[in-house]
Design a protein around this ligand. Structure first.
Ligand SMILES: [Zn+2]
Length: 231
């Protein structure tokens, strides 16, 4: 609960940044809402719950990067208009969400930072949501999107589906909190054409697997939004 309380406080701080930052959008074409992907809504009956209940299910720990770290010094305010999904492409058994977060906090990733790291068991918050990270590869992506890294660690009993499902729940919580529509939940590919998150792209581009992920996000969003979609 203590962790969740801190998470909420960080979310609320981020909300203030959202209203302050709404005017920042320029003419960058990437800031337009992307076209919809082919989409099959999840037919599973909705299990309605509150946004805080779903945030607890995500199991969010807070391990914020030191404020004097190179990536955070002079960081810009975040305008949370998009959510950018990544995957680590690191199959090492020990490359869990907590291990990635520890590495991030001790400065092991030069010039890279992001907001949340997710694996099949937990989610670790690494940056306050009022601050931009360095994850999208473009200034527009960094300053206007919340970055979520999904771990691809392959240890005993690993289950990528659970990681993607946890990331989908976290995404739904953030969409609801910041009023972000589903079409503004984008793969890293959206900003730089990078093949990321590779496990959810098809031949390096958004396709059926990305549509599947969107449908999971939409399902969880409807569970915390009285059944209404934001597509
Ligand atoms: Zn990426």
């Amino acid at each position: 609960m203590a962790h969740y309380g801190r998470f909420l406080a960080v979310l609320l701080l981020g909300a203030a940044a959202f209203f302050a930052g709404c005017q920042q959008q320029g003419s960058n074409t990437y800031l337009r809402t992307p076209k919809a992907v082919r989409f099959q809504p999840v037919r599973t009956p909705l299990v309605q719950r509150s946004i805080s209940r779903m945030a607890r299910e995500v199991n969010i720990k807070v391990r914020i990067m030191p404020s004097n770290s190179r990536q955070r010094r002079g960081s810009r305010r975040l305008n949370p208009a998009f959510i950018t999904i990544h995957s680590t492409a690191n199959h090492s058994p020990s490359s869990t969400a907590m291990q990635h977060s520890r590495a991030l906090c001790r400065g092991a990733f030069t010039n890279r930072s992001w907001h949340f790291t997710v694996d099949q068991f937990m989610c670790v918050q690494n940056l306050p949501l009022r601050e931009s990270g360095w994850h999208a590869g473009t200034a527009a992506g960094n300053h206007n999107s919340i970055g979520i890294e999904m771990c691809e660690c392959e240890n005993r009993g690993h289950n990528h589906f659970r990681t993607w499902d946890r990331a989908a729940k976290l995404t739904a919580v953030l969409m609801k909190r910041y009023g972000i529509s589903l079409r503004r939940v984008v793969p890293h590919y959206h900003w730089t054409r990078k093949n990321c998150p590779a496990p959810l792209l098809t031949n390096g581009k958004p396709g059926p697997k990305w549509a599947w992920f969107h449908s999971r996000v939409d399902y969880y969003y409807r569970c915390i939004n009285q059944g209404k979609s934001s597509r």
